[in-house]
Write a protein that binds this ligand. Structure first.
Ligand SMILES: NC(=O)c1ccc[n+]([C@@H]2O[C@H](COP(=O)([O-])OP(=O)(O)OC[C@H]3O[C@@H](n4cnc5c(N)ncnc54)[C@H](O)[C@@H]3O)[C@@H](O)[C@H]2O)c1
Length: 339
């Protein structure tokens, strides 16, 4: 039995705790949150103990792993404290919004022999993974174009969450940068981005954007297009399409059922799309946890790494720089920042 401590029990932490508790070979021992009411509520839900302090979790020798689901600006501190306590880590994305802090964390982590898995759950989505697998199997020949559509359902998340998240590119598009790196056959080396405020004034008030298009080129010349919006009125729009010399492979949106209705007002009317990430990616979050448990069980390294988190953040920073300077930005992964 693998015993987990959950650090942060908000929207996603509560969901992760529930999924861990459902696994036949895992259990939640502790739930910690700076808000004790939230920690207690999730602890009760999964039959764990609420922790008053993070050290209650980290000093407990019976805890096998921690799952960090606190706000982004707390990840680096919690990663390093958990690593110092020898606890394997599954940490939500992004590592941080500050590349310099991520670099310091990377160097500090080097002295610990502790696995760190990054929460890029979309890699575990069966449909998106199907696109990846088809590309790797050569089913569409050489990949030439990758198109990633990623639009959130409105209305915007609560202002407090937006204030803490680091903006569209670092918080949301980061999933798409990782998906691009997952599917593309080589690394993006050039990024161009345009962004606008078309959806809700709250984003402009926070010096953020709500609508964006990113174009990337890999060393071999394959092109990737990512488009984002913070608002749809038809649910969570998550599609990945890979086009190659020998065909196309596409991951479509999901619905509760595949029933199609025809009547006087519409033809081929279908169920609404699954609403947002908790519903759309439920299977992916569970597969992510299963993959992490497999690392704990076998001792193999995580399949989604700290370096994946660092590289996706480098692409996000490059997109921000491109918007600011209205030019294509060249990527140098070995330098801490894009040039
Ligand atoms: N992979 C995904 O699909 C996905 C989806 C949503 C959020 N996230 C990530 O998960 C993290 C949390 O996001 P959320 O939407 O659940 O936020 P949230 O605000 O709903 O929850 C965060 C929780 O952490 C608690 N907290 C604050 N400081 C803490 C600390 N130092 N230690 C422990 N707990 C602390 C808060 O009280 C709150 O309960 C963010 O990094 C976000 O980017 C990932």
């Amino acid at each position: 039995m693998h015993r987990f401590g959950i650090l942060g029990t908000g929207r996603i932490g509560q969901m992760h705790a529930g999924l861990v508790a459902q696994q036949p070979d895992a259990t939640v021992s502790w739930c910690y949150d700076v808000d004790p009411v939230r920690a207690a509520a999730t602890a009760e839900m999964v039959g764990a103990r609420p922790a008053e302090h993070v050290d209650d979790v980290l000093a407990d020798d019976s805890v096998d792993a921690v799952l960090i689901a606190s706000p982004t600006n707390t990840h680096v501190e919690l990663i390093l404290r958990s690593a110092a306590a020898g606890k394997p880590i599954l940490c939500e994305k992004p590592i941080d919004v500050d590349l310099a802090k991520v670099e310091q964390c990377r160097l500090a982590l080097a002295i610990y022999d502790v696995p760190v898995q990054l929460g890029f759950n979309r890699r575990f989505d069966p449909s998106h993974r199907g696109v990846h697998d088809a590309v790797r199997a050569g089913q569409i020949g050489a990949l030439e174009l990758l198109i990633i559509t990623s639009r959130d359902p409105g209305p915007p998340p609560p202002r407090a969450i937006l204030e803490a998240c680091g903006g569209l590119f670092r918080d949301t598009t980061i999933h798409d940068f990782d998906m691009a790196r997952f599917v593309l056959e080589d690394e993006p080396v050039e990024v161009y981005a345009m962004a606008s405020n078309l959806v809700d004034p709250v984003f402009a008030a926070l010096n953020d954007v709500d609508t964006a298009v990113v174009v990337m080129r890999t060393a071999s010349g394959a092109l990737c297009h990512i488009n984002n919006s913070r608002r749809t009125n038809y649910g969570y729009d998550q599609r990945v399409e890979a086009f190659g010399a020998d065909g196309l492979v596409r991951s479509n949106n999901l619905r509760r059922s595949e029933v199609t209705r025809y009547d006087a007002g519409a033809t081929a009317a279908r169920e609404p799309l699954l609403h947002f990430f908790i519903e759309r990616y439920r299977d992916a979050y569970e597969a992510e946890i299963r993959d992490f448990i497999d690392c704990l069980r076998t001792g193999r390294p995580p399949s989604v790494t700290f370096e994946d988190g660092r590289r996706a953040l480098i692409l996000a920073e490059a997109a921000l720089q491109s918007v600011r300077e209205n030019r294509a930005v060249t990527i140098q992964y070995d330098a801490a920042v894009a040039a």
